[in-house]
Design a protein around this ligand. Sequence first.
Ligand code: XMP
Length: 508
Amino acid sequence: MRGVIVINFGGQYAHLIARRIRDLGIYAEILPYIMAEKEQIEKLNPTAIILSGGPSSVYEPGAPSVGDWIFDLDIPILGICYGFQLIAKKLGGHIVKSRGEYGPTKVKILEKKGIFDGWDEEEIVWMSHSDHISKVPQELSVTALSENGYVAAFRHRKKEIYGVQFHPEVKHTPKGQILLKNFALSISKSERNWSTEAILSTILEELRREVKDCKSILSAVSGGIDSTVATVLVNKVAGDRLTSIFVNHGLLRKNEPEEVLKTLKEMSINPIYVDASDKFLSSLRGVTSCEEKRKIIGELFIKVFIEALEGKEFDCFVQGTLYPDIIESGREPGADRIKSHHNVAGLPEWLEAKVIEPLKFLYKDEVRRIAAELGLPKKLVERHPFPGPGLAVRVIGEVTEEKLRIVREASSIVEEVLREEGLYNEVWQAFAVVGDDKWVGVKGDARVDGYIVTVRIVESEDAMTAGWYRIPYHVLEKISKRITSIIPEVTMVTYSITTKPPSTIEPC
Ligand code: XMP
């Protein structure tokens, strides 16, 4: 499909650019800069190119770059942050370290047309840079200045080449989407070709090619939307070459194993069911490090699969990996690793099977739309995301039977109350967390050394950033009361009010 190519220089929010373009109904694809060869780009035949931000400085030796041929492609180019500085440097400009600009910044627009069509003379944008252009090359004309006097935007005098120092892709640049629309629709004349049906048919087409050589495919379903959709899709193209398996690792939510099996059955997926709770829980005994927990769970999953298959070999393995998982696991060249999400970075090295990830370029909301298109049950489509390592990442410190019981019950109460209050679908995720900290309480006439449960309810678009949900007090009170009255070991309930970043959504 023809669309916009985003050349990724490893910026945390680079993927958001593609997402915003897709929000305009235009296909957008991300290409790591090391794959951005001339032949590759010509083959993809994009309608426009966007050069993303990135953590490097353009003047560092070996800094990520692209060839100069990019300027001769005769399609519109937009550089954002690092991409903006890279264009300036390539055309002969100077980039130096500056005081830096972070967060909301005022800019003065000098030319209210082109990418700035629809912008006012003074606007707020989101900046995040510590280098600036100290000498603008001849071929470029400055179109915006920041309140600190730095070049905030430019355009090429003769070609359709633009650059912005700020991030139009983040919501904190209120008119960012207008800018991207101006660039992708008016300037580059891309077609509006990215619909749910189009996504689905592109994925199926790609999947057919990918599984062509697979003799036997294994899919591990968790009952969550990602692995279920991935399995249903592979089932469509691979038929009886696919075996699915559902492992209960003992770290699932309340009643989850029964519900998952029921839902899968309704969708004509009959997985091999393995209850390996004891194995997982004993392997986690004494383990307190988050990364270690993830690695143990990831490895054990594969061992359990192999055991359950009783000698039946598989050469392809399906994963419901989403695009944010890939970014956060540092699989994109240049990106820093944040957490090893077990379904990507935690796969053991000895696993030789080819990994099939049909959803790896999609965001959760796109997967939800596909799930609805495929006719999957509403309950599954709307279900909150749940991490592969399950409650193990919601227990801080060692995973004990007691803490697991507390977190399972408390999380179920959080979800239950939100459903009662009609708020469940308003939020991205809602759950409880427990650690080892205690709080003295009085229950009946006795003093109790009870656990502290933290309730975390977040709003997010794609889990890359998240805000804490401004929950009405009466709902919070209902949650708190129900937790302390139903779970005897809990004496204190707290509410998490930290955004991501600086925090992450899960505690571990
Ligand atoms: P964090 O905690 O990194 O989470 O802000 C972002 C999103 O990813 C989910 N998550 C995971 N999913 N394996 C998964 O499959 C994991 O190890 C994992 N850790 C976090 C999390 O629930 C949130 O939606």
